[in-house]
Design a protein around this ligand. Structure first.
Ligand code: 5GP
Length: 125
């Protein structure tokens, strides 16, 4: 079910539970601002999710309320994860769903990194 990105943050969401160590994840990177782990249901040969450590519902919420340090730290982490995975030369796709029409399912900001094959056009035609 897609979530309404205008609702307040709900800290029972799956990614909040992963951040608290209550649920396992296949971690690929962690620093002060971000955690990156493999998607449980990959949509490409490589599918990594990068989430901020702070409690933000979506990109909208983060861009409005996140501190400059959190935004810089998270943005750099997304780039680093992709770079360290060797994805810059072959290329990769970033995607962040926000709310109902995008079909965002988990109400904690996450950036998808898709890679590992030619990904085709951005949206189904
Ligand atoms: P959204 O549709 O919200 O942008 O993407 C949510 C993503 O989270 C989906 O790609 C889904 O496969 C992934 N996901 C859902 N539950 C879990 C989980 O428990 N662990 C991991 N690693 N990924 C999850």
């Amino acid at each position: 079910m897609p979530i309404d990105a205008t609702l307040p943050y709900d800290d029972s969401n799956i990614f909040a539970r992963i951040l608290r160590g209550e649920l396992p994840s296949k971690t690929v990177y962690e620093d002060e601002y971000a955690l990156a782990f493999h998607d449980i249901n990959p949509q490409a040969p490589l599918h990594i999710l990068v989430i901020p450590k702070g409690a933000y519902v979506s990109w909208d919420d983060f861009s409005e309320r996140g501190s400059d340090a959190e935004i810089a730290g998270f943005t750099r982490a997304v780039g680093k994860v992709a770079r360290d995975a060797g994805l810059v030369a072959p290329g990769y796709r970033l995607l962040a769903n926000v709310g109902l029409d995008s079909h965002q399912e988990i109400p904690h900001l996450h950036v998808h990194i898709f890679a590992g094959k030619p990904l085709g056009p951005m949206l189904a035609r």
